[in-house]
Design a protein around this ligand. Structure first.
Ligand code: BG6
Length: 462
């Protein structure tokens, strides 16, 4: 078979997951409650089919079987997250030995099977006790988070060489403080800015602690959903609108993490709109001195933006959308199940931006994927024929390959996700995995895309 798209040697092939979406055992072995456990308890009707996070895929008990499947489909790397509320119930104080045992076992099992563990410390899952004192609006919680991070580095730092402070830190800001799709369901732009700012401080504090531990060749980064903002047209108004969206949703995290400072334009924008967060003495230096080594890029869809069409509209409540309108491009290609546009070239544009404007920082695609409803209808010869997912991955990899050929410093590609999992308020509506999860029996069956991925990793391309 001839290989048209060959990837660099040692390319990271694998997938990503998260503790709240995969572990299950939400109330087992001393785990504390996080915001998801709590919110589900309060408002189960907000979750698709009223399904909550208690059991999910039961990775907590089935990690050995799952790691064998990862090996079978050719993974050489796998990202999972540590649950703060499992490791340190309540968020501060005593470390839960059962959790230490579980995460040590997972790490050892991955390594024994030739799969490098990539560890993320926070995937939208604030311990409820920490949320009750204000979550990331409160600097005490920032400190508690960095103490928790240090505990994980001390416990697992000899074996884990890729660390991430947060997955998509903008999402809890959007979901929890602007658009009401995460607990605590607040909608307040100023508070959202404070949470975003403090999350950047939390990353910097964690990195500061990481650097004191001399973990040799270990690297630390953050995972960002860098959603390119494409203007409807090249008019000044559309360009300006797209730039504001880019500053708010991408550069608000990318610049502090990589350059140790906020874009001046963003600082001005925040000031002009009376959104300036409370800062502490020394924050500037903290950010400047504690930047990341590598960035994980999650890419699902582009953002298309146009200038606000109705300027006279009463914008008494300030929101990001007070400054731009979202734009539906005619003829766009859609993932109709998730309602997200598919635009493969976006992955290339992100990488070229990192190459040209961010010193070509080391990166990898930490998530990309396609959520599809009712996949069981595609079962043929005993497994799901998800050829549409294979096409989706291929089309993105072709653009990624082009970026690499043009000098982008991209080291890998992880699919979201390994096995169909619980997707927040969408619960099991859309399925994303290389592996099918039977919701009644928990049986795992590799999909066509999983078998295909095995060949891709063997050939290091396709
Ligand atoms: C990413 C998250 O935003 O997208 C995952 O890191 C999430 O946690 C994935 O599951 C897919 O999005 P959704 O909303 O369909 O689950």
């Amino acid at each position: 078979m001839s290989i048209k798209y060959k990837f660099p040697v040692d390319f990271w092939w694998g997938s990503a997951s998260s503790a709240p979406q995969g572990e299950g055992a939400a109330r087992k072995d001393g785990k504390g409650l996080n915001v998801w456990d709590f919110w589900y308890q309060e408002e189960p009707q907000r979750f698709f089919n009223c399904v909550g996070p208690q059991n999910t895929c039961d990775f907590y008990h089935r990690y050995k079987e799952d790691i064998q499947l990862m090996k079978k489909i050719g993974h050489n790397s796998f990202r999972f997250s540590i649950s703060w509320s499992r490791l340190i119930p309540g968020g501060v104080g005593r470390v839960n030995e059962k959790a230490v045992e579980f995460y040590s076992n997972v790490i050892d099992e991955l390594l024994a099977n030739g799969i490098e563990p990539f560890v993320n410390l926070y995937h939208f899952d604030m311990p409820i006790e920490m949320q009750n004192i204000g979550g990331f609006e409160n600097r005490e919680v920032v400190e508690a988070y960095s103490d928790y991070a240090k505990v994980t580095f001390e416990l697992f730092g000899q074996k884990v060489k890729k660390w991430f402070t947060f997955n998509e830190p903008i999402v809890p800001v959007e979901g929890g403080y602007l658009y009401d799709f995460h607990y605590p369901n607040v909608s307040d732009f100023k508070r959202a800015v404070q949470v975003a700012y403090n999350t950047n401080i939390a990353t910097a504090r964690a990195i500061e602690k990481f650097r004191t531990l001399n973990l040799n060749d270990a690297k630390i980064g953050v995972i960002l959903n860098l959603t390119p903002s494409y203007p409807r047209s090249n008019s000044d108004e559309d360009l300006k609108a797209a730039n504001i969206a880019d500053l708010l949703f991408n550069r608000s995290f990318l610049d502090p993490a990589t350059k140790g400072e906020y874009p001046e334009e963003l600082v001005r924008f925040i000031k002009e709109n009376n959104l300036t967060p409370v800062v502490q003495e020394g924050d500037k230096e903290l950010l400047k001195n504690n930047t990341i080594d590598l960035v994980g890029v999650n890419y699902y869809q582009p953002r298309r933006v146009k200038a606000k069409e109705n300027l006279s509209k009463d914008d008494s409540k300030l929101m990001p959308e007070s400054f731009f309108d979202n734009y539906e491009m005619p003829g766009r290609k859609m993932n109709i199940y998730r309602g997200w546009e598919i635009y493969e070239k976006g992955i290339y544009d992100i990488m070229i931006n990192l190459r040209d404007n961010y010193e070509n920082i080391e990166s990898y695609i930490s998530e990309n994927g396609m959520g599809v409803e009712d996949e069981e209808r595609f079962i043929k010869d005993g497994f799901i024929d998800d050829s549409y997912r294979i096409d989706f991955i291929k089309d993105h990899l072709i653009w990624l390959h082009k970026a690499i050929e043009e000098g982008a410093n991209v080291k890998g590609y992880h699919l979201w996700t390994f096995i169909d999992n619980w997707s927040w308020t969408n619960a099991y509506k859309n399925r994303y995995g290389f592996v099918q999860l039977n919701l009644n029996t928990n049986k795992r069956t590799i999909k066509k895309s999983g078998h295909w991925m095995k060949e891709v990793t063997e050939n290091n391309g396709f």
